[in-house]
Design a protein around this ligand. Structure first.
Ligand SMILES: N[C@@H](CCC(=O)N[C@@H](CS)C(=O)NCC(=O)O)C(=O)O
Length: 206
């Protein structure tokens, strides 16, 4: 059985929702950041990167959200979470996942995790000060050129949707008013109406 290591409020939400959408049996194990569990030997034995998510399979552990999402879509093809038999459309989904992972998530992380990139507290402050404008630029691009609507790939729901939903949830904490992005707001509302999303959010509240 697949086992997902997750932390509420983090990017692990995307993988959590995708697993729930498949309907397969899986277990979800919380990693408590308030106790720095991600840095402790027990968790580092699961994921030496010290980050969530990590997905433990019977063949080993997968890290990195795009890889986990793709693995879920390919392992449970009947859930139809990606256009597996269309190389071009699948590449477009992968392109979207990569953008969220390598650009948008990193822009967000500059607000809280500046110590990854600099030791100087004034540099941390300078990084924090850029988060709202960087996130605005990223979401403007998504709104106008990447989100077909109503879902990322158009009418068909895919693994790109829980990932967008997850990262769009960081707009307000990053000081960006989501009202300037009507398609992204509509996407967020549609997502919260999905039973799988509601079930995961209920688990995270407990
Ligand atoms: N590129 C990784 C990023 C994983 C990541 O940075 N996760 C954050 C939560 S969103 C984390 O575990 N942070 C813990 C820390 O920095 O100590 C992915 O997409 O899965």
């Amino acid at each position: 059985m697949l086992k997902l290591f997750y932390t509420p409020g983090t990017c692990s939400l995307a993988s959590h929702i995708a697993l729930e959408e498949t309907g397969i049996d899986y277990s979800a194990v919380p990693v408590d950041f308030s106790k720095a569990e991600q840095t402790k030997p027990d968790y580092l034995a699961v994921n030496p990167k010290g980050r969530v998510p990590a997905l433990v399979t019977d063949r080993g552990t997968i890290t990195e959200t795009p890889a986990i999402l793709t693995y879920i879509a390919q392992s449970v093809p009947q859930a139809k979470l990606a256009p597996l038999d269309d190389a071009f459309e699948f590449a477009r989904i992968q392109s979207f996942l990569s953008y969220l992972c390598s650009t948008v998530h990193v822009a967000h992380a500059h607000g809280r995790r500046g110590a990854r990139w600099a030791d100087d507290p004034t540099a941390h402050e300078a990084m924090r000060a850029k988060v709202a404008s960087n996130m605005t630029d990223c979401f403007q691009l998504i709104e106008t050129t990447m989100l077909a609507g109503p879902f990322v790939a158009g009418e068909t729901y895919s693994i790109a949707d829980p990932y967008l939903f997850t990262i769009a949830g960081w707009l307000e904490p990053d000081g960006v008013d989501p009202a300037r992005f009507p398609k992204i707001l509509d996407h967020r509302n549609r997502m919260t109406q999905r039973p799988a999303v509601a079930r995961v959010l209920a688990v995270l509240k407990d």
